[in-house]
Ligand binder design. Structure first.
Ligand code: MOS
Length: 735
């Protein structure tokens, strides 16, 4: 194999840096009209009156759509449920009626000849509201939070064991609401193709999900709507569900009977989903020897009044560590806000932050090295399901990460390490995520000139899907990677689920490998059939495919070129389409793991925190592409830095509005915040999970990072901040 496992550069890299790669808001068609959204300024109530007379008098304004004059929309919740909608609740329906359920809710769409006109006119729509009482503060609703069914089983009696433990730690941790802030704004360009047909260029993580959703919401036939999304400028979970702008853009096109573009503003992006604010309570009890005896993990997360979105915060504590007694409770609290949503490693980024902070506090109480505590509770089996893992090289992550970091030079006491006027802190944490795989189909068309086109509806959300699919196709077909072209992000291509959950790399690469196997069979049959074939008696397992040839494994001089095989068979193309399949058994747990080590330097007087070094040692099966995989983990670590020190959506609970709905005041890490990041991939052979031994790693990179940093800040300063982000005022507050 020439490409799998190598640092292959992105095959779409040139298109991206030259601007040739087009994003949803960039597709141009003649006669395009432009939309601009008017949002509610109150969080709850009704629209008493909408007056659009002034905007309608402006030259260039084409229409103003509201709940009073919008095109017909489906009226059942079922019709509005996309593939990844929460099971419980009523999905949001933009412009459906006069109800206001959150601040920033779209309530009118202004359509105009130009974007500037639309935007100006939107500022002139007059709205009168009837307001109702509302709550946007999680702490005001925690007592009314309700339990969500979750699969973790209780073990033993956690409360009794906790009470009887030699050493105990109990604390509450808090993660604020965070918004995704991808570089690309949510955008849709809907082209009016005539005859009721629409082509929708949409920013999404799943074109077929959006296609089915639009057909259902607008009661269209499957053939009438095609959704295309070849490139995505970051989504991180925000693009898993169809966002409201795609519904509004289609409404606009139907109302005007012409093509419409709608791009949200950065401020409007804060009216979409978000990582829910979560309160986490951990109670850990241990024997004096550092073995765990009791784990209680309870989480309360935010959802909207109309849907129940929840991800599993406590499940990680359930499977990771040995403890005879354990109890897990997951609750949701309803607030007058949009429905929360997936954000990179949903549930784990938050739940593992709390768990691994608590483990650090327990290690302090036990006077035990934090790595040593994790090793004493280490488990080779999923503790929740009591099954072995397909592979788990977490022990190696701890070892190699600690070694690369220089962990053995750590002095255990707080405030014991210094660099001039700065206190130095070293902290660590464990990371864990799922290694899921989903049904994905791929089509391969091989031409006699040795060029193959591989196509699939999957999206590449920036993770490198184009590249890894090209690598697998090139290796399986024995062609140079330049001869492979990949087509993605079109709802008419072979089926794929949304790209998310870190499942696409393993799923799409096996779809390609599965389909390539069919192509190989046909090529061999053709190669055997040529006159005096040197491969006359070869079976599929006797040959390899390399350098554009079918080659005998026993005698490398016996070859038939792909071109010759196809020419002599009078075949100018071989076309195959197959869906991958994975053994569907629950006899093994499938997870990725990591060990994160962080160094912080804290100005002793000011409390300014700098993160000087992070080592993230990751076990994620065989690494398909060491370059793009490295970038994935780096990106996750940078986001973990943001989670630890910067990110927080700030509400004014008096008005139920977000106060920092822009990327000037919603802080994300910039270059100056990011110093030395070292990524290590530990060797993790896995013969069970899938034939190529691959696990996804889009999300594992963030998990554990915030905890490692929080633990390092404690080690530096002796101050334990349990509510993120760790800002300097909190260091002074707690001191
Ligand atoms: Mo991911 S949060 O499943 O895009």
């Amino acid at each position: 194999m020439n490409y799998i496992g190598t640092p292959t550069s992105r095959v779409d890299g040139r298109a991206k840096v030259t601007g040739e790669a087009k994003y949803a808001g960039e597709f141009n068609v003649p006669g395009l009209a432009y939309g601009s959204v008017v949002e509610s300024t109150i969080p709850k109530g009704r629209i008493a009156r909408i007056d659009a007379s002034e905007p309608l008098r402006i030259e260039g304004v084409l229409d103003v759509l509201t709940c009073e004059n919008r095109p017909r929309l489906a009226g059942t919740d079922k019709a509005w449920k996309d593939d990844v909608a929460p099971e419980e609740g009523s999905p949001f329906r933009p412009l459906y009626d006069d109800r206001i359920m959150f601040s920033g809710q779209p309530i009118a769409l202004v359509l105009a000849e130009e974007w500037e006109i639309a935007r100006y006119a939107a500022s002139l729509v007059r709205i009168e509201y009837e307001t109702q009482a509302f709550v946007t503060d999680l702490y005001k609703r925690r007592d009314q939070a309700f339990v969500v069914e979750k699969p973790e089983k209780p073990r033993g009696d956690a409360e009794k064991a906790y009470a009887a433990a030699d050493v105990r730690h109990e604390a509450e941790y808090f993660i604020p609401t965070e918004h995704h802030n991808p570089m690309e704004l949510f955008a849709s360009t809907v082209t009016w193709d005539g005859g009721g047909k629409l082509t929708v260029y949409d920013k999404t993580q799943g074109v077929q999900n959006v296609q089915r959703y639009l057909c259902s919401v607008f009661n269209k036939k499957a053939d009438d709507v095609r959704v295309i999304s070849p490139f995505v400028g970051g989504a991180f979970g925000a693009g898993l569900r169809p966002q409201y702008q795609v519904v509004l853009a289609v409404m606009g096109a139907l109302a005007l009977r012409r093509s419409v573009r709608l791009v949200l503003t950065r401020q409007q992006m804060y009216g979409l989903g978000y990582r829910p604010a979560t309160i986490e309570r951990l109670a850990l009890g241990a024997k004096a020897d550092g073995t765990l005896d009791a784990i209680t993990h309870e989480a309360i997360a935010v959802t909207s009044q109309f849907e129940e979105f929840s991800r599993n915060d406590t499940g990680w504590a359930a499977l990771l560590y040995k403890s005879a007694n354990a109890k897990f409770v997951h609750r949701l609290a309803r607030l007058d806000v949009p429905t929360s949503s997936d954000m990179r490693a949903p549930g784990a980024a938050t739940g593992v932050y709390a768990l691994e902070s608590a483990m650090d506090e327990l290690a302090v109480a036990l006077k035990l090295d934090p790595v040593e505590l994790r090793l004493r509770c280490y488990s080779d089996r999923d503790q929740n399901e009591d099954v072995p893992y397909t592979s788990k090289a977490l022990r190696e992550c701890y070892r190699q990460g600690a070694e690369a970091f220089g962990w053995n030079k750590r002095k255990p006491e707080t405030r014991s390490m210094r660099d001039g006027s700065e206190l130095v802190g070293w902290g660590m944490a464990t990371g864990i995520w799922e290694a899921l795989q989903m049904p994905v189909a791929a089509r391969i068309v091989l031409s006699a000139n040795g060029h193959a086109e591989v196509s699939c509806a999957a999206s590449d959300i920036g993770t490198g899907t184009y590249t890894i699919m090209a690598q697998v196709a090139a290796d399986r077909l024995g062609l140079p990677i330049e001869n492979i072209s990949i087509k993605l992000g079109d709802s008419t291509l072979p089926q794929a689920p949304v790209e998310g959950g870190s499942w696409m790399a393993a799923s799409a690469s096996h779809a390609v490998a599965t389909t390539a196997e069919e192509v190989r069979k046909e090529l061999l049959a053709l190669a055997k059939a040529i006159k005096d074939s040197p491969l006359a008696n070869a079976r599929l397992e006797d040959v390899t495919f390399a350098d554009g040839k079918v080659v005998s494994k026993r005698d490398a001089s016996r070859t038939v070129s792909i071109a010759d095989a196809m020419r002599s068979g009078a075949v100018d193309r071989i076309e195959k389409e197959k869906t991958n399949s994975f053994p569907d058994d629950s006899s093994h747990a499938r997870n990725t793991h990591s060990a994160v080590f962080a160094e912080v330097k804290v100005d002793e007087q000011l409390g300014v925190i700098r993160i000087t070094r992070i080592v993230n040692a990751v076990a994620a099966g065989r690494i398909l592409n060491t370059k793009t995989a490295h970038s994935q983990i780096m990106g996750g670590v940078v986001w973990g830095i943001g989670m630890a020190l910067h990110e927080e959506t700030v509400f004014d609970h008096k008005f139920g509005r977000i106060m920092n709905a822009n990327i000037a005041e919603y802080h994300v890490p910039v270059n100056a915040d990011v110093q030395d990041i070292k990524v290590i991939f530990v060797d993790e052979p896995d013969d069970i999970i899938n034939p190529l031994g691959i696990k996804g790693l889009g999300e594992i990179g963030i998990v554990g990072v915030a905890a490692a940093i929080a633990n390092a800040v404690y080690h530096a300063t002796g101050v334990r901040v349990r509510d993120l982000p760790i800002t300097l005022d909190k260091l002074h507050r707690a001191a």
